[in-house]
Design a protein around this ligand. Sequence first.
Ligand code: SF4
Length: 74
Amino acid sequence: EISSCDDLTGLPQEEIDKRNSLGYVETTPIRESTCDNCQLYLPPTAKRKCGGCQLFKGPVTEEGYCTYWAPQTD
Ligand code: SF4
């Protein structure tokens, strides 16, 4: 299945600005730090096929990254 977790259609501009201001990118520049191993990541659910972030609305990719990346705690 083609991922469309970069589709921001319908998102309020302020949410797009927020992700941009945090430096969100769809592909991490730091191999060992990705959204999917970040404390603030919201995994996909039955209702939402893409991941999300607690800091802004809209989809994020598992391989994404932003400057607020934080390690998961056990
Ligand atoms: Fe991804 Fe950044 Fe959100 Fe962490 S804080 S899930 S790195 S967008």
